[in-house]
Write a protein that binds this ligand. Sequence first.
Ligand SMILES: [Zn+2]
Length: 238
Amino acid sequence: MNPRLNTNSKSENECYWCGEIATGTEHVPPQNLFPKGFRKELITVKSCKKHNEDLSKIDERMRINIIMLSHTSKVARKIFEEKILKGIQREQSAGLGISVASTILEKPEGGGYIKVNSQHLNVYIEKIVRGLYYHNFGNQLPGTIHHLWNNFNDLSLSANAHFYYFELEKKYTEQWINGNCKNKEIFDYKYHYCNKEKQFFVIMNLYETHRIIGISIPKGKNIEDYGVDIEKYIKQKS
Ligand SMILES: [Zn+2]
């Protein structure tokens, strides 16, 4: 089955993720990443409560993580100073401040790491990947979602799977479709649906700092089924 084209199905009142009756609208990616002046033609999809409101705490938490890791971006810096810092300093959100501070690990040579709840990270990206698929094809993306994010190390991922991700952009050169985003300083993406593998691929950029590759995996398979055999690959090339 090929993905349905983006025709009239989007007018149906169904959730982009599960297909249940929608109760609201969800921004893809979350609107809280876009400061005023950078909200031109944001992408939205319809959503049920479970796949929107119920995930809003994760959205807020992930926004703090992403912005703290985007210090080279002028816009991200501005949001950090004007919104996040003030938010954390408010007395009512003392809990949030303490919890954010406890996730920062300082490096002895300066700078630091941020420890992120991997479940939050996965749900956050899954939401964006599913939203972008629905936005472009007008139906729900089947299978599971996996991703690789340049600024978060996934220690559970094998070297072969990492290699698969590194090769992905080249593998489908010419076939990527530009998402044509209007606020590229904040978010940009390109995507490709592979009919042969029944897989959706999306390469995203946040704050010109984070490069995230999201993929869908058909039922019954997992990421390690796609690991490129590095030795075989090198032999082919030589
Ligand atoms: Zn839903």
